[in-house]
Design a protein around this ligand. Structure first.
Ligand SMILES: Cc1cc2nc3c(=O)[nH]c(=O)nc-3n(C[C@H](O)[C@H](O)[C@H](O)COP(=O)(O)OP(=O)(O)OC[C@H]3O[C@@H](n4cnc5c(N)ncnc54)[C@H](O)[C@@H]3O)c2cc1C
Ligand code: SF4
Ligand code: SF4
Ligand code: SF4
Length: 380
């Protein structure tokens, strides 16, 4: 019988290898939670509090987005195929709600779908990432319109000062402890908006029947090239290199490149390679750009400003998109003819495929370095 891999293996293969995404999934869902086996320790990395209390159940290892034991099972369940997973169709769409349109990141499809689900009582709440400042968000369970609006978009109010963040800047929000907190909240049907690593962990939990992941009825997955985390030293370097003051940023977005909108209402485009130094090390080992196991995947890539590129993958995804469309929460981008529509959709898919391939190649390179150099102990 194959030996069960425990946190000891996870620590060696992921944490010490420098590819831990600091999602907190292993700690939040540890079977020995009450025995205090694990904690998020130094640098927000998971560690044993007491190895003796570890039940060696293997759950932490299996659900970690950086391990691949359950890949086969997931692929079968979601009829996964290269190069971007299974999908029914690709659409460029936008919100019909003026309030959402003014604050959303791209076309406001995410917030509109969640509004539709909430208003039709198809969900009791949605796990979203509320803005608490530039480079700082917090996962929360939104149960009202207002709470959904607080999470929409990637624009910041100018009144918040970066100094309040204590030298820690990040675009990443851990959401898995919020998923765990659904236990005992008497909520039933939940939607989750997350990055590919987050949706991947939730899908693995669902595969294994881990409670309360079964409460997640709808997953809206964001496209994701990478996330950024940095400190004051890196901030200073970055400001010098880009010749901007980060406190002047009013909006961040990624499509083909990283887009920074400044208070002067100027948007600068930065090739992703130029800000590699502040990307999270875990992201370079991540293989999923288009959120391959979500019900619906969304991004700005391939759509004009004001629209969200939407990949409908599962039956659940299709039913909520069609419902929201029928009820007038969102509208599709229109084209002058069927041929133009077909051509634009082909171009949109080509971009998604190209970004997905690039990301898989990057991960392959990074992971091969880890194994070749015996670099499971290699630092990033
Ligand atoms: C870190 C990150 C990286 C991305 N990278 C790409 C990319 O490389 N290419 C691309 O085309 N698109 C990328 N996207 C997706 C894109 O920025 C938009 O989020 C997407 O197009 C949806 O736009 P919208 O207007 O429909 O969403 P909105 O209606 O504005 O809603 C945005 C939703 O995103 C959630 N959210 C915001 N930040 C986070 C976060 N850090 N973690 C989890 N959820 C969050 C909010 O809770 C909200 O529900 C990325 C998004 C994020 C958050
Ligand atoms: S008890 Fe299970 S989930 Fe917790 S650390 Fe040990 S192996 Fe991981
Ligand atoms: S990526 Fe998440 S689940 Fe994996 S070791 Fe890091 S914190 Fe734990
Ligand atoms: S690239 Fe995105 S999905 Fe992958 S680990 Fe980083 S944040 Fe998660």
């Amino acid at each position: 019988m194959e030996e069960v891999k425990s946190f000891k293996d996870l620590s060696l293969e992921v944490v010490e290898a420098g590819i831990c995404g600091k999602c907190g999934g292993c700690v939040s869902f540890c079977s020995a939670g009450e025995l205090n086996a694990l904690r998020m320790g130094k640098n927000e990395l998971p560690q044993y509090i007491s190895e003796e209390n570890c039940l060696k159940c293997g759950i932490c290892y299996l659900i970690c987005p950086q391990t691949h034991t359950l890949d086969g099972e997931l692929q079968e369940k979601f009829s996964w195929k290269l190069p971007v997973g299974s999908y029914q169709k690709v659409i460029s769409a936008q919100t019909t709600n003026e309030k959402i349109r003014k604050i959303c990141t791209d076309g406001g499809v995410v917030t509109s779908l969640l509004m539709y689900l909430l208003e039709r009582n198809l969900i009791n709440g949605a796990i979203v990432s509320k803005k608490i400042g530039p480079f700082a968000r917090k996962a929360t369970i939104a149960k009202t319109h207002e709470e959904l609006l607080e999470a929409a978009g990637s624009a910041f109010s100018g009144s918040l000062h970066l100094e309040e963040l204590g030298g820690k800047y990040t675009t990443y929000t851990p959401i898995l402890s919020t998923v765990k907190s659904l236990e005992g909240k008497y909520l039933q049907d939940i939607a989750v908006v997350g990055t590919p690593c987050q949706i991947n962990a939730i899908r693995k939990m669902q595969c294994m029947g881990i409670i309360p992941a079964h409460l997640v009825k709808y997953t809206i997955g964001l496209f994701c090239t990478e996330n950024f985390s940095f400190d004051d030293v890196a901030r200073e370097r970055l400001e010098k290199k880009l010749d901007i003051n980060l406190s002047d940023i009013v909006k961040l977005n990624i499509k083909d490149d990283f887009m920074i909108t400044l208070t002067k209402d100027v948007t600068i485009h930065i090739p992703l390679a130029e800000i590699d130094e502040v990307a999270r090390p875990a992201c370079s080992a991540c293989q999923d750009f288009s959120n391959e196991y979500a019900d619906i995947s969304v991004g700005g890539l391939g759509s004009p400003d004001g629209y969200t590129t939407t990949l409908i993958r599962t039956e659940s995804g299709s039913s909520i998109f069609d419902g929201a469309l029928r009820k007038g929460y969102i509208r599709e981008r229109t084209f002058e003819s069927a041929e133009v529509s077909k051509l634009e959709k082909t171009k949109m898919m080509a971009k998604i495929v190209s970004h997905s391939r690039r990301k898989k190649m990057r991960a392959k390179k990074r992971l091969s370095k880890l194994t070749r150099g015996g670099a499971l102990s290699g630092k990033t």
